[in-house]
Every structure is written in structure tokens, then in C-alpha cells.
Design a protein around this ligand. Structure first.
Ligand SMILES: CCCCCCCC/C=C\CCCCCC(=O)SCCNC(=O)CCNC(=O)[C@H](O)C(C)(C)COP(=O)(O)OP(=O)(O)OC[C@H]1O[C@@H](n2cnc3c(N)ncnc32)[C@H](O)[C@@H]1OP(=O)(O)O
Ligand SMILES: Cc1cc2nc3c(=O)[nH]c(=O)nc-3n(C[C@H](O)[C@H](O)[C@H](O)COP(=O)(O)OP(=O)(O)OC[C@H]3O[C@@H](n4cnc5c(N)ncnc54)[C@H](O)[C@@H]3O)c2cc1C
Length: 556
């Protein structure tokens, strides 16, 4: 995050000064924004940067215990520099959060500089190798030119020039949220690879007396656990490509001072980061549990995969908060649509009349047609966004201000943002396959994945579709069965579909997910290498167990 921030927020002179040092690893930096007391509420950050026109320096300070920077990756022991986000004060006025480059440690002996107290925050649930750290600033002075001034400036006499958009400071977070969508796709692909390969190797239980134990991948329940997640990994792969394309397009516009789509990008990246990381987080646990006891072993790779992925739901914007950000924009779009404004591409459906006639009993509609089902996802999203938006409007009519009305409707707003994200993902998956240049055989297999993703997505949220009369109960039941009917077809190619991710064993880090399937021998070898097995009799025997046993034996 240090380098992307410099690349996006530096003037050209600052780029020339700082970036070569980063690219050549002459300095190592972190992104120090979160504090002990604030991570989500950025406007509440307490670190200060007061401009001193006499020396043309900023004085950075951590005025309170809650203002200590806390969590930034590699801050504790590694980084020599940080981008520090602080409240800018000049000529007696506060101008809000701005980014500053601060050197933390000497480039000679790596010791913290004067005015800098820095260290590691201690052991965490995962990310063991990462020294997430704390930083306390004691009236630490930096040159004026260390404030990143691409968008806002402080002149030598202290005059402040404000940015074209205050939220441009938040740009790096948007970029990383887009990366996290990719990270979700990768993590779910890894977990699917481990679980499906192992499920092809593992044989368990005797269905009928005398028959050989079946591969657990042959059980419909095992397929129902894993194949929708496999399809989701493919869906997220295509979604992260689409998300990155939108990010790149909007960022190019921003670089040409066209800020018209910055809100749409923020809303979409927030919703997709939250949706994909939540789904992946839950999916990792389903994959682990589908591997039985060995899934719980470190040898499976799941403990580390989960412990390292799960903070994706928290960092770079806590997921609920990001869903609310997305929903806030959707509510604004409903208002814009009602006032006749044209809406941007990813939300244009909110101005369409997607109201449908209740299908009643036997609808005669083709419930296996993906284009038709995507229209139902659209209808569900539109209904939920309008419902939540109407809640907000009713709150305001009842005398609340906008903030109060948004807060009062926030449970529904999160549901609406989830439905919006889900529609975007399902639509993108189906549309991406249409554009894919692939053999008919491959198209058929990928169509099976897209179908099971779309069917199972409806099955798992059928309440949304039935409550709004988008589907009848019997139609929802039919779609649920369509997902189950696909499972044995996907079974045929399941191992090939995870092999296609091409994770090397060294990357997968899983005995269960080995490409050669040689699990048991390598589990035994792995166990023998466990530190506890360095000696047959563990040293602790002589200190604890031995005396205990001997003392009690003497009583026999
Ligand atoms: C190859 C791929 C594999 C790699 C995968 C892994 C990659 C990543 C791995 C590890 C690195 C990540 C480590 C984690 C790093 C961090 O965690 S850094 C710290 C992250 N912190 C946050 O995200 C803080 C979240 N909080 C906020 O963003 C803001 O406080 C808020 C948006 C929640 C609230 O903003 P605030 O200004 O206080 O209030 P609002 O009134 O809600 O917003 C004001 C308007 O500003 C708009 N806005 C907010 N954010 C943005 C943005 N980013 N871009 C554009 N616009 C934004 C918002 O919509 C409001 O606009 P309107 O007034 O027009 O409605
Ligand atoms: C592994 C890891 C690495 C990190 N790396 C970095 C880094 O490199 N740099 C950095 O600056 N930070 C980093 N962070 C910090 C991270 O960005 C914050 O933890 C994150 O932004 C969440 O903020 P918080 O911790 O204050 O959570 P909080 O906001 O306190 O969340 C707690 C609860 O409050 C709820 N909540 C908060 N606000 C609202 C609201 N307005 N409406 C409804 N509910 C709300 C949340 O939904 C959540 O349930 C890292 C964190 C972790 C875990």
C-alpha cells in the first residue's frame, strides 16, 4: 500500500524523489492510517500534522493513547518509512486527513529515529510472518515537501490549497479493495483445489455390504458442499477481471480530472470486496470441514489459509461498513432515477421497471435459462434497493435527518447492497462466458459451473425471491433441484477444473491437495517431521510425566 499511495498521491517531483528508492528496495514502507481508537472512522483519526512556516516543516504528533497508529503491516520491525495519515493543521485551521511520508528508522543502523516509538503489536490469529506494528509520534518534524501534494498543497507560507475531491486521499484503499476481490478468488480456488483433490483420494464408509468404500467425492452431499464453491471461485475470477477493468478505466478518468464515476467505483469496489470476502471466508470453512479430521491438521493447509484470509473481511474497510457505503450510493441512485437522471452502467437497472407479475403456480417459465434467471437476480436487487430506499424516505418523513434515517434502515441497506453485488457477480459470470473463446466442450463445462452458481445462489436466498413474488415456492423448489441434478455432471470434470487453477504444490502448501494425490504416505512423513517427534521420549517426561507416574505407581 505504501508504493501505490506514492504512485497515486505524489507530485511528479515527489515521485522522482521517493519511487526509485522504493523500487530499488533502498527504503521499505507501510501505510499507517489505523489507530488504536479508530480504524473505520477516518475523519475521527487523531494523529496531527501541524505546519510550522518558520521552518517549513510539519510537526507530527500522537496526542492521545488512542491516536497511536496500530495494525499497519510491517510497521513493527521492518519498515524504514511510512505514509502516515494525519489531520492537517496550517495557519490555525484543520483541513482533515492528509498523507505524509515519515522516515521511521535510520538507514544506517535501522534504529528508530528521535521522536519515533515503534514496535510489533504482538501475536495475531494469523499473518504470523507480518510484523503489524504500532507507531507513536512525539512532535516529530518532517519537511514540508513530505506531504503528498498531488491533490492538495501547503505552500511555504502555510497557505492551503484544497483537493478537487477530498476523497481522493482514499484512493489507495479503493485500489486494495479491488485487489481483495482477486484475493478472494485465489483463496477460494486454493480451498476448492485442496478439498476436491482430497475428496477424490479419500474413500470412506461402506454404502452396501461387500462393496468397496466409495470416494467421498461421489457422495451427493459432498458434491453439494464443494461444487457450488468451485463455481464461485470461477465466478470470482471473472468478476475480479471485470472489477479491475472498471477500476483502471475510472482511474484513467481521475488522472484526467474527470471525477464523474468515482462514487460508482467506490460503491462497486466496496460491495464486491465485502461480498466476495464474506462468501470466501465461509467457503474456506466448508472446504476444511469437508476433509474431516485431516482438514483440521496444519498439514492440510486450511488453518493457515483461513487465518491469513479471514482478516480480509475486516481490513481495507470492515465489510458491514463497506456494504453500507455501497448502499448509501444505491439510495442516491434511486433518488436520481426518480428525478429523471441517467444512471451509470453498473446501477442503470435501478431506473428500469423490473416489477414482475407474480408467477403463481406452474409458471411455464424456463427456469433453467440463465439469462432469464439473471433477470430475476436483477429484480431481487432492484426490489431490495427500492425497499431500503423507501425505508430511508419514510424515516425522513417521520422527522429523522438523513444520517438517522440511513442508520435506522441500515439492516435493510446491507441486504440491498448484498443483493446488488450478487446480481453484478452472477451477471458478469454469465456474460463473461459468452465472450470466452473456447471449445464447445469447454463452454459446456463452464456453462454447468455458471448454472450451478446461479441455481444455488437462488436456492440459498430463496426467501428473497419468494417474499417479493419473483418466484413461487414451487419454482424455487424446481431451481433447487436443478442445482442438485447438475452435481453428478460436474463430478466428471471436478478434478480437472481445480487442476486448471495450476497451483504448484509449493504454493498450495497442502499435503491433502498434493497434485500426485499421494496423501497418506506424505501425511505420515509430515507427522514424523513434527518437532515433538525429534526424540522418542520427550524431555518433558523426565520433568513432569515420569515423576507423576512413578509417584502414583508407588501407591499401587
Ligand atoms: C494479486 C491479488 C492478490 C492480493 C490480495 C490481497 C491484497 C491485500 C492484502 C493485504 C493488504 C491489506 C492490508 C490492510 C490495509 C488496511 O486495512 S489500510 C486501512 C483501511 N481502512 C479503511 O478502509 C477505513 C474504512 N473507512 C473509510 O473508508 C471511511 O471512514 C468511510 C468510507 C467508512 C466513511 O467515510 P467518511 O468520509 O467518514 O464518511 P461518509 O460520509 O460515509 O463519506 C463521505 C463521502 O465520501 C465518499 N467516499 C468514502 N470513501 C470513498 C472512497 N474510497 N472513494 C470515493 N468516495 C469515497 C462517500 O461515498 C461519501 O460520498 P457522498 O457524500 O457523495 O455520499
Ligand atoms: C491483519 C490486518 C492488517 C491490517 N493492516 C493495516 C494496514 O496495513 N494499515 C492500516 O492503516 N490498517 C490496517 N489494518 C486495520 C484495519 O484497516 C482496521 O482494523 C479496519 O479498517 C476495521 O476498523 P476497526 O478495527 O476500527 O473496526 P471497527 O470499525 O471498530 O469495527 C468493529 C465493529 O463496528 C462496526 N461498525 C463500525 N462502524 C460502523 C458503522 N458506521 N455502522 C455500523 N457498524 C459499524 C463494524 O461493522 C464492526 O462490526 C489491518 C487490520 C488487520 C486485522
Amino acid at each position: 500500500m505504501f508504493i501505490p499511495t506514492l504512485e497515486r498521491q505524489c507530485t511528479s517531483e515527489q515521485r522522482e524523489k521517493f519511487l526509485p528508492l522504493c523500487y530499488d528496495y533502498r527504503i521499505i514502507g507501510t501505510y499507517a492510517q489505523t489507530e488504536l481508537g479508530h480504524g473505520t472512522f477516518l475523519r475521527g483519526l487523531e494523529t496531527t500534522a501541524h505546519y510550522d512556516p518558520n521552518t517549513q516543516e510539519f510537526i507530527l504528533n500522537s496526542p492521545t493513547i488512542s491516536s497511536i497508529k496500530w495494525w499497519p503491516g510491517a510497521l513493527g520491525k521492518t519498515s524504514t518509512h511510512a505514509v502516515v495519515l494525519a489531520q492537517l493543521y496550517t495557519l490555525g485551521k484543520c483541513h482533515g486527513i492528509h498523507p505524509f511520508v515519515v522516515q521511521l528508522r535510520s538507514l544506517d543502523d535501522h534504529k528508530p529515529l528521535r521522536g519515533i516509538t515503534v514496535g510489533d503489536i504482538g501475536p495475531k490469529m494469523g499473518f504470523g510472518p507480518n510484523d503489524n506494528g504500532y507507531l507513536k509520534l512525539h512532535k516529530h518534524r518532517i519537511p514540508r515537501t513530505n506531504m503528498l501534494m498531488k491533490y492538495s498543497q501547503v505552500s511555504p507560507d502555510g497557505t492551503y490549497t484544497k483537493p478537487p475531491r477530498s476523497t481522493l486521499t482514499y484512493g489507495t484503499m479503493t485500489f486494495v479493495r479491488v485487489l481483495i476481490v482477486h484475493g478472494s478468488a485465489i483463496a477460494l480456488a486454493k480451498a476448492s483445489t485442496i478439498a476436491i483433490r482430497y475428496s477424490a483420494v479419500r474413500r470412506q464408509s461402506e454404502l452396501r455390504p461387500g462393496e468397496p468404500e466409495p470416494q467421498i467425492l461421489s457422495y451427493p452431499t459432498q458434491q453439494h458442499k464443494l461444487f457450488p464453491l468451485l463455481a464461485t471461485a470461477y465466478a470470482f475470477h471473472f468478476v475480479q477481471l471485470a472489477m479491475m477493468k472498471i477500476y483502471t478505466d475510472v482511474n484513467d478518468q481521475i488522472n484526467n480530472s474527470n471525477f464523474s464515476r468515482i462514487q460508482e467505483l467506490h460503491a462497486l469496489s466496496s460491495g464486491l470486496k465485502a461480498f466476495t470476502s464474506w462468501v470466501t471466508n465461509a467457503g474456506l470453512e466448508v472446504c476444511r470441514m469437508s476433509c474431516g479430521g485431516h482438514g483440521y491438521s496444519q498439514a492440510s493447509g486450511f488453518p493457515r489459509l483461513y487465518a491469513d484470509f479471514t482478516p480480509s473481511c475486516t481490513y481495507e474497510g470492515e465489510n458491514t461498513v463497506l456494504m453500507l457505503q455501497s448502499a448509501r450510493y444505491l439510495v442516491k441512485c434511486v433518488r436520481d432515477a426518480r428525478s429523471g437522471k441517467t444512471l451509470p452502467g453498473t446501477v442503470s437497472y435501478l431506473s428500469e421497471d423490473v416489477s414482475a407479475v407474480h408467477s403463481g403456480g406452474s409458471s411455464g417459465r424456463d427456469l433453467s435459462n440463465l439469462d432469464f434467471l439473471i433477470s430475476l437476480y436483477k429484480q431481487r436487487a432492484s426490489n431490495q434497493v427500492h425497499f431500503a430506499s423507501d425505508k430511508v424516505d419514510r424515516g425522513i418523513s417521520a422527522g429523522m435527518d438523513l444520517v438517522g434515517a440511513l442508520n435506522s434502515a441500515s439492516v435493510h441497506l446491507v441486504s440491498a447492497a448484498k443483493a446488488h453485488s450478487h446480481y453484478f457477480i452472477a451477471k458478469t459470470f454469465v456474460e463473461s462466458l459468452k465472450l470466452l473463446k473456447a471449445s464447445s466442450e469447454l463452454q459446456n463445462v463452464l456453462h454447468q459451473l455458471a448454472s450451478v452458481y446461479v441455481f444455488e445462489g437462488i436456492a440459498q436466498s430463496s426467501g428473497d425471491f419468494i417474499e417479493d413474488y419473483i418466484l413461487s415456492g414451487s419454482e424455487a423448489k424446481t431451481i433447487r433441484q436443478l442445482a442438485v441434478d447438475l452435481l453428478p455432471l460436474i463430478r466428471v470434470n471436478a478434478v480437472s477444473l481445480v487442476d486448471a487453477f495450476s497451483f504448484r504444490d509449493e504454493v498450495l502448501q497442502s499435503v491433502l491437495g498434493r497434485y500426485d494425490g499421494n496423501v497418506y504416505e506424505n501425511l505420515f512423513k509430515w507427522a514424523q517431521n513434527s518437532p515433538l517427534n525429534k526424540t522418542d521420549v520427550h524431555p518433558s517426561y523426565h520433568k513432569y510425566l515420569g515423576p507423576l507416574l512413578k509417584r502414583n505407581q508407588s501407591k499401587l
